[in-house]
Design a protein. Structure first.
Length: 197
């Protein structure tokens, strides 16, 4: 499996993202030198694509697959793309607050701690559907990580399209998100324009 090993803070600086947006608590001490160099339209479109890939932790081949799938769904392609990315299991685990970052959520899923409709799923890119119930496995709740999480679990940041059950550490996907409910700072139309060239 391909892994992106670029330093996260360096990527945040180059893409103009706040480190907190991708779950980093530390900040760069390095001063960023601003240049007045004009960026081409292609450069802006490429940057938007790289931003989306970095935020959701997806590499190019998989991202292209999401774009192709989004094109086939009725509606606006750019919005469909972001909705597909939001429906990834690792993202839903992160949105539920069962992990502090999407990377941590990916690891939680890979290690088999998450059940979808009562069945263990260890594929972070699995797409959730309406009505799916995401829970932490009973055996995993004894884990120190989840015990600490249960003490400080806060459902306030859970998006409206997921119904959270704090006591049982589970969530139900009630519907798919609308574009206005996705807080990712990405211009999805620029990504569509880039791919449609």
């Amino acid at each position: 499996m391909a892994i992106d090993r670029t330093a996260s803070l360096k990527r945040c600086r180059s893409l103009g993202l706040e480190p907190a947006m991708v779950g980093l608590s530390k900040k760069s001490k390095r001063q960023v030198r601003r240049t007045n160099r004009k960026v081409s339209e292609y450069g802006l479109q490429l940057k938007e694509k790289q931003k989306a890939k970095f935020i959701y932790g997806v590499l190019e081949k998989q991202f292209r697959g999401y774009y192709d799938k989004a094109k086939k769904i009725a509606g606006v392609t750019g919005e469909n793309l972001l909705i597909l990315l939001e429906r990834r299991l690792d993202n839903v685990v992160y949105r539920l607050g069962l992990a502090t970052t999407r990377r941590a959520a990916r690891q939680v899923v890979r290690h088999g701690h998450i059940l979808v409709n009562g069945k263990r799923v260890d594929i972070p890119s699995a797409l959730v559907r309406v009505g799916d119930v995401i829970t932490v496995a009973e055996k995993s709740r004894q884990n120190a990580y989840f015990k600490a999480l249960a003490d400080g679990y806060n459902t306030l940041s859970v998006p409206v399209w997921i119904e959270a059950d704090k006591d049982n550490m589970k969530g139900t996907v009630t519907r798919f998100p609308a574009r206005t409910e996705i807080d990712t700072p990405v211009n999805e139309q620029a990504i569509v324009e880039l791919y449609s060239k």
